[in-house]
Write a protein that binds this ligand. Sequence first.
Ligand code: CP
Length: 364
Amino acid sequence: MRNLIDIVDFSVQELKELMDTACDIDLHPEKYSERCKGKKLATLFFEPSTRTRLSFEAAMLELGGSVIGFSDASSSSAAKGESVADTAKVISCYADIIAMRHPKEGAPYVASKNATIPVINAGDGGHCHPTQTLADLLTIYRQKGKIEGITVGFCGDLKYGRTVHSLIAALARYNNINIVLISPNELKIPDYIKEEILDKNSMPYLETTSLEEAMPKLDVLYMTRVQRERFDDPKVYERLKNSYILTLDKLETAKKDMCILHPLPRVNEISVAVDKDERACYFKQVLNGKLMRMALILKLLAEKDACQDKDEKNLVVNKICCNNPRCITSVEQELDNIFKLTDKKNGIYRCIYCENQSIKKEID
Ligand code: CP
């Protein structure tokens, strides 16, 4: 079954095809208005959302299909203790495709292993958000006319910012991209992104705490919200929440054609006055998100029976438990604990659900 759990599930060529379809939908919506007639999308949102859920729903309705689902875990049987695996089996009896958001990292992957219909990851904890990346890529492509040969600055909460993690994974497959990582020391990008994506792809990057220093170099500035819901200690959130606020003054040193992105929701990291600046593209990103989700639904339904080969090499099962409290294995005890050997020389294994744990040597 073809799913979208991680942005790297799709090749660069497939991403290009999705962008082409999205642009065609934008130009000729009438051609697509009955393509999903008789099909149902289930939106299973265990965590709050405005854009992702409603754009998925709008996407399916504009394709002529219909939508079922819930927007609050407390109104589903998860509140009675039902597992993600069982939920996925049940929803497979009612719908043709699932979009799932969950606070636990790896939950949509577990759903995809148990569903008999395609599963789309609509955001899992601080891990990934591949459909936001589809919106981001189309926006960059439409604004810059290309995705290659650009310098992209990511600013804010790079530790828990799942949209950042997915977009970096996508950009790593394009040529000649420079990355600038702008964050407080406490919110730096996780090691697995540096080791598994940036270093492995020889992607040039620099880390800084200064937005002002980075600004003149950037073709794209990707601002992010500090993710209050991921902090264990509210005092740490309070201390970090205003680390970066983009104002018109700060944009004076930016390139005239720099593109400002933000996955939204914004709290106060971009001043409202910036919205009028031509470089502000975050509301265009919202529209592009719906178009890309339409293209994605069409693709996954068309490929429903195609196989997706997962790399099963170097997997180790059940020797130890993942100790990331945000991982889906922390709540679904019956799941196999599976680790992938990602660095043979240094004996580093990572949990296949959340990726963010590296366990050295212990399971050799
Ligand atoms: N960008 C994004 O995921 O927004 P929502 O949380 O509103 O879905």
